[in-house]
Design a binder for this molecule. Structure first.
Ligand SMILES: C[S@@+](CC[C@H](N)C(=O)[O-])C[C@H]1O[C@@H](n2cnc3c(N)ncnc32)[C@H](O)[C@@H]1O
Length: 305
């Protein structure tokens, strides 16, 4: 069926449970998702797929999965529609200061080591600290990293430059991240002194990240399946949490290989503690810090520099 009803209000009153999907259709949709994002949707998440698809289809007035699939995979309208759908099919759950152990590792090891190395770097570009938050969702992770670094520099009266690249596949999430406005309930984990330093009150229930912090972060759309094509420089820290778990092992390995290539020697790769269990790389040394999964690049070429 062609899209007939573009009026969401009109489409909503026709609510009904998602239509059933046969095995052939299910295979078609999961293959499309995996081919375009790398995300492997387990059979157990079929109801999530059906609910997400049928909600979007209702908004557009489609009642057939096949017709919507055709719309999505043909022409320019399909490209635009995919941008919207991919946001619905990915999980964007995030929190400020979500992984306290990994942040403690940054505080205790990464920042002190790096601040002593910065002075010895030869050119100005290399005297900056470059961080990448990969799969940043709505920005909480990138802002937590920025607060950590900024606060460290303030306390140590360092004036080195730092920048954070924060990437995600979801344009909608990135747009929320760029605004930097969060409901007060989402800020519970932010230490009170940092809340005062880095947020201003927007209204009764919302706080906004201060400009000084927002301008250090570049939120950008990037599909981690195609990291080899990404135009990114070398990083001192790559932080990738709660992302790889959605991918098949071969995709995880390929993504990690690309991350290694973007790390400066001595740089840290911090993953979520359960992100991958058996990964080893001859240029990466495991970092022994309780409750974390982290690796240091011990050598290797610096072709992106
Ligand atoms: C559960 S969130 C993790 C957010 C944050 N890293 C954290 O731990 O709080 C996973 C994020 O990965 C993103 N993602 C999924 N597939 C992706 C892909 N192929 N390329 C880039 N980002 C992707 C999703 O859009 C989502 O925002």
């Amino acid at each position: 069926m062609e899209a007939q009803d573009h009026n969401p209000a009109k489409a909503l009153w026709r609510y009904h449970a998602p239509a059933q999907m046969d095995q052939v259709q299910l295979a078609m949709w999961t293959e499309l998702l995996e081919k375009r994002t790398g995300i492997c949707l387990a059979e157990s998440r079929k109801s999530f797929l059906l609910t997400s698809l049928s909600t979007r289809m209702r908004e557009l007035g489609y009642d057939s999965y096949d017709a919507y699939f055709q719309y999505l995979t043909e022409g320019r309208r399909g490209v635009v529609e995919w941008e919207i759908l991919v946001d619905r099919l990915t999980v964007h759950e995030s929190r400020f200061y979500r992984d306290q152990r990994s942040l403690a590792l940054i505080q205790d090891q990464f920042l002190p080591e790096l601040s002593s190395k910065l002075g010895s770097r030869k050119n100005k570009e290399k005297s900056s600290i470059d961080i990448w938050s990969l799969g940043c969702a709505t920005g909480e992770e990138a802002y937590s990293l920025a607060m950590q670094v900024d606060d460290f520099m303030l306390r140590k009266t360092l004036n080195s430059y730092y920048s954070i690249t924060a990437s995600d596949i979801s344009s909608a999430s990135l747009s929320t991240a760029r605004k930097g406005v969060y409901h007060i309930n989402r800020l519970k984990n932010v230490p009170a002194n940092l809340l005062n330093l880095f947020f201003t009150r927007e209204d009764e229930n919302h706080y906004r990240v201060v400009e000084k912090l927002r301008e250090r972060i570049c939120f950008t759309r990037l599909n981690i399946l195609y990291l080899s094509r990404a135009r990114l420089g070398m990083m001192d820290l790559i932080y990738c949490q709660n992302v790889l778990i959605y991918f098949k092992r071969r995709h995880r390995y390929a993504m990690l290989e690309q991350m290694v290539k973007h790390l400066r020697p001595g740089g840290l790769l911090i993953l979520g503690a359960g992100e991958i269990s058996d990964w080893r790389h001859n240029e990466m040394q495991p970092v022994n810090y309780p409750g974390t999964l982290a690796f240091r690049r011990i050598h290797g070429n610096t072709s992106y520099e």
